[in-house]
Design a protein around this ligand. Structure first.
Ligand SMILES: C[S@@+](CC[C@H](N)C(=O)[O-])C[C@H]1O[C@@H](n2cnc3c(N)ncnc32)[C@H](O)[C@@H]1O
Length: 435
């Protein structure tokens, strides 16, 4: 075997292993890769390919399962080791990454032969993947792909809360790899000439999917910009003018919103529980030359005291608004987690309110599509907390249809933004504490 083929085999072997680890241990693809020593030892390019194999397999999981069900006489037995994951990865490469069939099938068969349980299924792997290569895109005809690629628990929720048409539009938006949204501390300036991409109504640039690796893009290493989904820029803007004000950024890491606040002239205190994630926030501040005070603390700890002109709470959530970027999430989360997180968000919001000065602003946000983590949170808060009122969101920089009559903002992955299509699903509400 050539050294390129040996590398290719190693990446596929790891992909089959991590596909399973990710679901079994409920780890995002990013965390599964960063927690695996062999994956970390790969060259940057191989690691990027590994990530693409996993993300593509999860993005199209429902339709891949349906295609395999058609081609297999019966489900593979439990003792077939990674054989099924090898097949899933094979279909992903043949139908969605359009890789050369000969190499895909050869490496899949080698991968099966290298495992003592999957070994007995290497002939089956060969036969099934040959059929997939021969059938090509025709195998997808007639499949209801948005429905298949959305697990029941999420489909039912979205139909209930957004209606059948919008649920379908959301699921369709998840089929595409998202672009890269870039924020600039001092405005976009000449960066469009350098980076290309589309100018968004909020002054960001959006590069299409398939751009170069982020560290290799001009201006990244020098700290001229940072990455932030267009929807994620909304909560800070809802705080209004922050120049010279004291801002408490709760649940701040890795710091997209901290950078945005610091770049707008706020005196920011950034709080997060996770030292590891705060390390990324520190690195982001260092790279961009922006300043914030960093505090490693639990938002729920009563020792965190004081009063700030403005408080931002970007609560931990199910993150179902980010499925375009993290297509594995539907298979790692469940309803019980949504309920548990909603309870945590309720307690955090109460703490955040106590830390807001009379007359000050409080913004609550979450990157979730689930109403328990957004609309219901704020309805409950307003009912329990008489000293706060909602400040209705407005501005022509908001995506069309995102500002709701209740005064809050709801974005969906299916929304257009200026000339661009799609954004993360976010909820954000601005509240004022009465003086
Ligand atoms: C949605 S992420 C924050 C994203 C961040 N605001 C940004 O813009 O980059 C939620 C964060 O909440 C933090 N977190 C979770 N529970 C916490 C707690 N009890 N106290 C403080 N931070 C917490 C997590 O470590 C995570 O970094």
């Amino acid at each position: 075997m050539t050294s390129a083929a040996a590398h290719g085999l190693e990446v596929r072997r790891l992909a089959a292993q991590l596909l399973r680890t990710s679901v079994e241990r409920r780890l995002t693809v990013e965390d599964a890769i960063s927690g695996n020593r062999e994956a970390q030892a790969l060259e940057l390019r191989d690691r990027a390919f590994l990530s693409s194999l996993l993300l593509t397999s999860f993005r199209h999981k429902g339709e891949i399962d349906a295609i395999l069900a058609k081609l297999l006489d019966r489900p593979l037995p439990r003792k077939s080791g990674p054989a099924r994951d090898i097949l899933v990865l094979g279909v992903a490469q043949l139908l969605f990454l359009q890789l050369a069939p000969h190499a895909v099938i050869d490496l899949a068969v080698r991968c099966a032969k290298a495992d003592r349980n999957a070994l007995h299924f290497s002939g089956l792997v060969n036969a099934v993947l040959r059929k997939v290569a021969a059938g090509g895109a025709g195998l997808r005809e007639g499949l209801d792909t948005p429905r298949l690629n959305t697990p029941d628990w999420l489909w039912t929720r979205w139909v209930k809360h957004y209606g059948a048409d919008e649920a379908r539009a959301i699921a369709m938006a998840h089929a595409d790899r998202p672009g890269l949204d870039i924020s600039f501390a001092g405005g976009v300036g000449d960066w469009r000439d350098v980076l290309g991409g589309a100018l968004l109504p909020n002054g960001q640039l959006r590069l299409p999917a398939g751009h170069a690796a982020v560290p290799e893009l001009p201006g990244f290493a020098e700290g001229s910009w940072w990455i932030q989904d267009a929807a994620a820029t909304i909560p800070v803007r809802l705080l209004g003018e922050v120049q010279g004000k004291t801002i408490l950024d709760l649940c701040a890491a890795p710091g997209g919103k901290t950078l945005q606040l610091a770049a707008s002239g706020g005196e920011v205190t950034a709080v997060d529980l996770s030292e590891a994630r705060l390390g990324r926030l520190r690195e982001n501040l260092r790279r961009t030359g922006l300043a914030a005070t960093i505090l490693a603390a639990d938002v729920l700890n009563p020792n965190l005291a004081g009063e700030w002109d403005a408080v931002l709470l970007d609560a931990p959530c199910s993150a179902t608004g980010t499925i375009r970027r993290h297509p594995e999430l539907p298979y790692l989360r469940d309803e019980a987690q949504v309920r548990e997180l909603a309870g945590l968000q309720r307690r955090m919001l109460r703490r955040a309110a106590a830390l807001t000065k009379p007359g000050g602003m409080l913004v609550y946000c979450s990157c979730s599509l689930e109403p328990e983590e957004g609309e219901m949170r704020i309805r409950g808060f307003l009912a329990d907390t008489p000293g706060f009122e909602i400040v209705p969101a407005s501005g022509n920089w908001l995506p069309q249809g995102a500002a709701k009559p209740e005064g809050w903002v709801r974005t969906l992955p299916s929304m257009r933004y200026g000339e661009a299509q799609g954004m993360d699903g976010f909820f954000a509400a601005a509240l004022r504490r009465r003086a």
